[in-house]
Design a protein around this ligand. Sequence first.
Ligand SMILES: [Fe+2]
Ligand SMILES: [Fe+2]
Length: 337
Amino acid sequence: MNLLIPESEFLSQIVKYTEEAIILVDVNFCVQYMNNTAKRMLDVENEDYENKHFYNDLELVRVAQGRSMSIIEEVLQTGKAIRHVFRQTKNDRHVSMNVIPLFEDGEQKAILVTALDVTDYMEMEKELDLAFALTLPNSKIEYKLKSTVEYQDIYDRDSGQITITGIIEDGGYRHVVNCLKIFSILSARGVTKVIGINKDELVQAFIFHDIGKSQPILHVGDVVNPKEAFEDGRLHAYRGAEIAKAFYHQSDIVVDIIQYHHHSEHELPESFSWRLLPMFRLFQLVDGLSAAITRGGVKVEFSVFDCKVQVTETNHRPQYNGTWQIDLYTGERKRLL
Ligand SMILES: [Fe+2]
Ligand SMILES: [Fe+2]
């Protein structure tokens, strides 16, 4: 490798000129180093930041709403890196953060925080959200979606219990927006050209499918058995279908997809015709991926080959990474990687 200049010089030039903020924090949360981008991004160019507390003194980044623990605290506790989380700075910029523990001889010595300013991107998203809200049938639907919470949690396999780690206040709305985003990517890849896939009906099904949902009121830190705390999904599916039919005059096809969206294929009634299955399978695929994306920590990529959809998932927890292929016509699911 020929760096052309001495390695230390090369590295210091990268740190100096990168558009990514770089901050080094010790195990007591005290900032030890910030590059120029970090100082500029976080408005501390004229402040003496050294040895000051990341949150209490400098208030560089806000602890996310509904979270009991800061992200740095979480990384210190677990010793595992957390990547691509969105946070707001004290001067109302939006940043995408990576928080990485640094070890020496197995001992956690420091935390490296890198952050990219994504404010412009978030503003664009907000505008798209506003435009999307205009396409909703009426303000009651918007109100219902925006007041349906979704919970982030950690599952304990031994006890079967979950611990609530975060609350997404407008989770229902975010979920539908994410469903439509995923569906638009798949449409661009050609999925709506497949016989049996109707774009307009699927869009309506996404908008209405969880409208009958009633979530329990939980708080961060609550430990619950999910089977007891949350009602069977088939119940809100049934209610959602009734609402879509009675109040919003949706077609039989849309109503059927909503009614059975939490049923497995083998539980479907005989009256559920084969011609609906490709749409039903695509709906369940998008619904599941959107739920994971809405709760955070998952990135997905897609390709479409005729009636086969290929999905590659990249998770916070790499053990869940993988590539799957779903055949919308036969229902066959294959794991590729
Ligand atoms: Fe649902
Ligand atoms: Fe859903």
